[in-house]
Design a protein around this ligand. Structure first.
Ligand SMILES: NC(=O)c1ccc[n+]([C@@H]2O[C@H](COP(=O)([O-])OP(=O)(O)OC[C@H]3O[C@@H](n4cnc5c(N)ncnc54)[C@H](OP(=O)(O)O)[C@@H]3O)[C@@H](O)[C@H]2O)c1
Length: 331
């Protein structure tokens, strides 16, 4: 497992992390045992960056991570170099009830569920953009950092306008962005500025909700409580989040087109993860894994060789000519 430096700190994090939204119920059923075995397997494979949020299962995802760390290390505080990123702003206060007191309460509750003394990183969780422009939320986060509740703070954003706005503020350690073979806009929009400011980029949706694993057909179906069923056309939250904003059937066609380009010796999911890692400006990529097998396979992408330059160029042309115009939602 390779690692990269987190923001301007001395902390190194694995370049493949583990996303933990799927332990919250929005990806169909994942049992407590499967969730904890998935986290364990990721840690065994060298993953040291875990992403969660208070809203995932209304605390369930954080609690399961806390419980796994306790079982493995005796206490979450003894977790060594394992870095836990969480988020606030969606479980409580959304969309217009934020305050310093509410943020403090959210952090204290996350600390409690994770079993840590302070949060390694909390991220504003896709809160309405006007809060980012106004900027008072960043003063509150600075206060919570000064008070020792959080070590770093960052923002998870939906669009590149939001990401650019965040880069106007000092003190942010990280931006969490949607970035994958089907979503290249961040490269031109923010990569250079983020690198210049020492802001880490955390990449979500590297598999475009599983499309880039190349395993779906147009007839694939999803559980009733899976967002790939209930939010596929943005009926519940940003349409750009599920399947990276692509209409499902078109997404399957596009994934099928690039499937023959996957180099020998890697799965299509690993190819998609490797593509993200080939950009030095990316700090860590956080695929969600629902079982130990996926966690293990995803972690292995870290040590695969970079993709050939010609393949990167071919994928850039493919994106420009076939994908860009199909993306819906905030981008
Ligand atoms: N607003 C936000 O801040 C926000 C929003 C979304 C996500 N996130 C974070 O990002 C993380 C990643 O989620 P994502 O939405 O970005 O999705 P993703 O990583 O693109 O896709 C994850 C899904 O792909 C499938 N998968 C994973 N590994 C696989 C493998 N090796 N082979 C085949 N299929 C595989 C699994 O579902 P199936 O097996 O059921 O297909 C898994 O749940 C989340 O857990 C969360 O931490 C944050």
């Amino acid at each position: 497992m390779q690692s990269r430096r987190f923001a301007k700190s001395n902390t190194e994090v694995s370049d493949i992390g583990l996303g933990c939204w799927q332990f919250g119920g929005d990806w169909g059923e994942v049992s407590d045992d499967d969730a904890m075995a998935t986290v364990e397997t990721a840690l065994d494979a060298g993953v040291t960056f875990i992403d969660t949020a208070d809203v995932y299962g209304a605390g369930r995802s954080e609690s399961l991570i806390g419980e796994t760390l306790k079982r493995r290390f005796g206490s979450a505080e003894s977790r060594g170099d394992v870095f836990i990123a969480t988020k606030l702003g969606r479980l409580k206060g959304y969309p217009d009830g934020y305050s310093l007191d509410l943020f403090r309460q959210c952090c204290e509750e996350s600390i409690d569920r994770l079993g840590v003394e302070s949060l390694d990183l909390t991220q504003l969780h896709c809160i309405p953009p006007h809060y980012l422009e106004d900027g008072e939320v960043f003063d509150w986060l600075k206060t919570l950092k000064r008070d020792g509740l959080i070590k770093h703070y960052g923002v998870s954003v939906e669009s590149m306008d939001e990401a650019s706005e965040c880069l106007n503020h000092d003190g942010i350690a990280s931006l969490q962005i949607i970035f994958n073979i089907f979503r290249r806009r961040p490269i031109g929009a923010i990569f250079q500025r983020a690198a210049d400011k020492g802001v880490s980029l955390i990449v979500r949706l590297p598999l475009a909700s599983g499309l880039l694993a190349g395993k779906f057909t147009k007839d694939s179906t999803f559980a009733e409580q899976d967002h790939r069923n209930y939010n596929r056309d943005g009926d519940h939250f940003n349409v750009g989040e599920t399947f990276a904003g692509l209409p499902f059937e078109r997404g399957v066609e596009l994934a099928d087109e690039i499937k023959p380009w996957v180099p020998q010796g890697m799965t299509m999911a690993q190819f998609a993860l490797r593509w993200c890692l080939d950009f030095a400006q990316v700090t860590t990529v956080i695929p969600g894994a629902k079982n130990p097998m996926q966690a293990q396979a995803n972690a292995a992408a870290s040590d695969l060789p970079p993709l050939p330059r010609a393949l990167h160029n071919k994928l850039a042309t493919f994106y420009r000519e076939q994908v860009a115009s199909e993306i819906r939602g905030a981008y």
